[in-house]
Design a protein around this ligand. Structure first.
Ligand SMILES: [Fe+2]
Ligand SMILES: [Fe+2]
Length: 380
């Protein structure tokens, strides 16, 4: 991490006691806030690094419900979630998601300070989040993953949720297509998915948030985001040990290329675009038509697959798509696909062509992101 992270020394984030690793040496210390006053925090260490939380300690500490971990030990905490198998997946994944949101927010929030060093740090944080995510979800099938994603609290309908969903589907699809994939490949592809729309930070928000009809000129601007994203990725030069940076860059650049060579920016055909880019395109497509966004309600899995089937070998890699479909339980495979997608369907415009119905965002349940807000906890 770069130097600007130093201000995070002695700041804490809070986690549910149930999401602390048990029965193995802790790779981080845990603290409680012993102060009764909101304005005067006093953090006391209750379990140190390398100690093991055994059943006696667990009994004694259960009363705390929420505990604190040093911000500087966030990555160790995230990694440990993979082994915290006593906790339900939904809880572990929501903490990982909140952590990814924290980093995506550093990237996408226009009111935050931005430079390539901050971007590099945020991408490195995304990498950490992705490593934990892969550990928890890599053996999911579509139905379970769709349900898990539906059960997670959602945040903004587009940037963060979409990026995170696409990363999760990308991991799942790659694992279905190539079951022997190494962990690093799954993390690399997932990180490509998480960052695929990175270039959108350079697209004016009035164009991105335009919910009305989009002019061809405005859409041409949106179409520049793959190249803008690849450039930003190069400039930020993140240090991603074990991951393949050039493959991530290609996912960012190539995720709107089509199998038949009609995509953008380079009209690549078939296997000219990277395997992970082709996988990400399917994930992007699937999330665009099955996930609520822009307050819209969208397709069932079965309808989505029927619609996607029609465009396999035009827009998406038909071979990978076959494996994707095989990861759906047969019980849901009788879609009627009442919704026709237009010939020029583009995932960037999904919310403009799908029927709209208002829905309310769910509340974010974990304090992970709150610790980053204005009331950021500092050591007493
Ligand atoms: Fe995109
Ligand atoms: Fe996308």
């Amino acid at each position: 991490m770069g130097t600007h992270a130093n201000h995070e020394l002695n700041s804490y984030f809070t986690v549910d006691f149930g999401l602390i690793l048990q029965g193995k040496p802790l790779p981080y210390s845990i603290y409680v806030n012993s102060s009764k006053h909101e304005s005067r925090d006093r953090f006391v260490k209750i379990v140190g690094q390398d100690e093991v939380l055994n059943s006696d300690l667990i009994e004694g500490f259960k009363k705390y419900h929420r505990v604190y971990v040093l911000e500087t030990e966030r990555n160790q905490y995230l990694r440990s979630l993979v082994d915290a198998t006593h906790a339900p997946d939904i809880e572990r994944v929501s903490v990982i998601k909140d952590s990814a949101i924290k980093y995506l927010d550093d990237i996408f929030d226009p009111s935050k300070e931005f430079n390539t060093e901050i971007l590099g740090d945020a991408i490195e944080g995304c990498h950490e989040s992705m490593q934990s995510m892969v550990g928890v979800i890599k053996d999911y099938d579509i139905n379970n993953l769709k349900k898990l994603i539906g059960d997670l609290s959602f945040h903004d309908f587009y940037t963060y949720d979409h990026s995170i969903n696409v990363s999760m589907y990308t991991v799942m699809i790659l694992k279905a297509y190539k079951p022997q994939s190494k962990n690093e490949d799954l993390v690399t592809a997932g990180l490509g998915g998480l960052l695929h729309d990175l270039g959108k930070i350079k697209i004016p928000t009035d164009i991105l948030n335009n919910t009305g009809k989009l002019s061809d000129e405005a859409f041409d601007v949106i179409k520049t985001h793959p190249e803008l994203g690849a450039k930003l990725f190069d400039e930020s030069a993140p240090d991603l040990p074990g991951a393949d940076s050039s493959a991530i860059r290609r996912v960012i650049l190539e995720h709107h290329e089509n199998w038949d060579g009609t995509g953008y920016p380079n009209k690549l055909k078939e296997k000219e675009h990277h395997l992970f880019s082709r996988v990400c395109s399917i994930a992007d497509f699937f999330d665009a038509i099955t996930t609520k966004r822009s307050y819209s309600d969208v397709m069932s899995i079965e309808d989505a697959l029927v619609v996607m089937e029609r465009t396999a070998s035009k827009k998406i890699d038909p071979d990978i798509f076959k494996f994707f479909v095989e990861k759906v339980s047969k019980a849901v495979l009788n879609g009627k696909a009442s919704i026709e997608l237009p010939e020029d369907f583009d995932t960037e415009r999904a919310h403009k062509v799908l029927p709209l119905r208002k829905v309310k965002p769910k509340k974010i349940s974990s304090d992970f992101t709150k610790a980053e807000g204005p009331s950021k906890k500092k050591a007493a």
